[in-house]
Ligand binder design. Structure first.
Ligand SMILES: [Zn+2]
Length: 360
């Protein structure tokens, strides 16, 4: 439903790099395990499993001396240019932030003009298809059902509550599962697999082994929220582009995640006139500068970190149907933060409704 970002090292995503998808899957699987009281190690921080005693995440995704239990392929996706929709008042400022993140001459992009006349062209690409695409999971026959059910529950959770691939905080990676392909070899239907995966994970005995870390990603309701909105109107017809839409762009998604997550009106730093308006200012008013920076990420200076709050682009489930918006995150006091965000969104998007699931 929105382009998928799979590249992360060279800032480009034109080739499909399964590692980008696998990385996001492992991240979400760890979050699920922690929700169900399971230990999940941190291989990227030197706290990975070794030897015989493997955590559930390493059992499925592999460890130094253990192979992954499955293979993953994506097909039917093609590169698409990256562009963004930004509110007129903030296009020069927000465009520059996006330029720092996705642009730069070193990736082949260009930036001309200045101030209101600034123009951006991004050369990096994401992956997209206006038609359904296929994600194939291959497993060994003797463990097909147990491995596939966990993967099904995992991917289903990601598609409902979050997204897939990298840079989901920038709107990428919104997918919907249409079902298992009828190739005559799929073991069972998607719904049954997901239900079994959920039972398997929920039924595991809590592990005594824990990491004494506070800020690890978890889907536990005390830290995780996921809001979905159905929109009847949106203000992005009057917005402006940073970058150029691809040929044949059909408005099935509107790439305005950054504008929603950051701000759509800005105080003039020189005259002091105007006001900062947007999700980040709304959170800052409630939680102050430092906590908001922790939640929304920091790009200034050498001490940069990613946003823990993720905002989808606006996207459609059906051609010409209503747009949906999904916002999720893993933060302290998830319930309170979700309330502040919901009230901001419902105030900004006239006629918006909060819905339990995308598509409803
Ligand atoms: Zn492990």
């Amino acid at each position: 439903m929105t382009p998928i970002w799979t590249g992360d090292i060279d800032r480009d995503s034109r080739r499909c790099q399964e590692t980008g998808i696998l990385g996001s899957m492992r991240f979400w699987y760890e979050g699920l395990l922690r929700k169900y009281g399971q230990y999940a190690c941190l291989p990227l921080e030197g706290q990975g499993c070794r030897g015989e005693q493997l955590c559930e995440a390493c059992r499925l995704f592999g460890a130094t001396d253990r192979a992954r239990r499955f293979r993953l392929d994506l097909s039917g996706l093609a590169p698409t240019p990256v562009f963004f929709r930004l509110s007129k008042a903030v296009r020069p400022i927000s465009g520059n932030w996006l330029w720092n993140i996705f642009g730069g001459e070193d990736t082949g992009g260009c930036k001309t003009g200045a101030g209101r006349d600034v123009r951006f062209r991004f050369a990096v690409q994401a992956l997209w298809s206006s038609q359904p695409f296929t994600l194939t999971l291959r497993v060994r026959p003797h463990e097909a059902r147990s491995v596939l059910s966990k993967l099904a529950f995992l991917i289903d959770t990601m598609s409902r509550e979050g997204g897939i691939g990298a840079k989901t905080q920038h709107g990428f990676g919104q997918i919907a599962i249409l079902g298992t392909a009828e190739d005559g070899r799929s073991p069972t239907d998607w719904g049954e697999l997901c239900a079994q995966g959920k039972r398997d994970l929920g039924g595991m005995e809590s592990s005594a082994r824990r990491l004494e870390e506070r800020d690890l990603f978890t889907l536990d309701a005390s830290r995780f929220f996921s809001l979905k909105f159905r929109l009847t109107a949106h203000p992005y017809a009057a917005a402006e582009n940073a970058g150029d839409p691809p040929a044949g762009y059909d408005q099935s998604y509107i790439p305005c995640s950054f504008d929603i997550r950051y701000k759509y009106e800005s105080k003039n730093p020189f005259s002091g006139q105007g006001m900062n308006r947007g999700m980040r200012p709304a959170l800052r008013e409630e939680y102050g500068r430092d906590r908001t920076a922790l939640m929304c990420g920091q790009v200034e200076g050498s001490d940069a970190w990613a946003s823990r709050i993720h905002v989808s682009h606006l996207f459609r489930v059906q051609p010409k149907g209503p747009y949906y918006l999904k916002i999720w995150g893993d933060v302290e006091n998830a319930v309170g933060v979700a309330e502040v965000i919901a009230s901001h969104i419902l105030g900004r998007f006239r006629g918006a409704q909060q819905v339990p699931e995308v598509g409803q």
